[in-house]
Unconditional design. Structure first.
Length: 95
């Protein structure tokens, strides 16, 4: 997949693609940005990257608390086969 940062929150989508993907059932709700990227790629959508200047925000991190990360990783890995099947289904549906 042509993406260096699959979970970046800075994205632009074509309206028709965003509507189609938004209407689908989510598998990994903790990694929605990555799942959107996978689904668009599976549907044959174009993915382009452009450089973005990023500055760390001040104050405390708003990321996931460290104690929740192991549970989320287990869930994401457990959902991987389902997501793989869904992406295969999307690939078949585009042709």
């Amino acid at each position: 997949m042509p993406a260096l940062d699959a979970d970046s929150g800075f994205r632009l989508y074509r309206t028709e693609v965003a509507k189609e993907v938004a209407g689908q059932e989510w598998i990994n709700t903790y990694l929605i940005a990555s799942e959107i990227l996978l689904r668009i790629h599976a549907m044959g959508g174009q993915i382009r990257q452009v450089p973005v200047t990023y500055r760390q925000r001040r104050g405390a991190s708003r990321g996931l608390p460290a104690k929740r990360i192991p549970k989320i990783v287990r869930r994401v890995l457990g959902n991987f086969p389902k997501l793989k099947r869904e992406c295969a289904r999307l690939r078949r549906g585009r042709g």
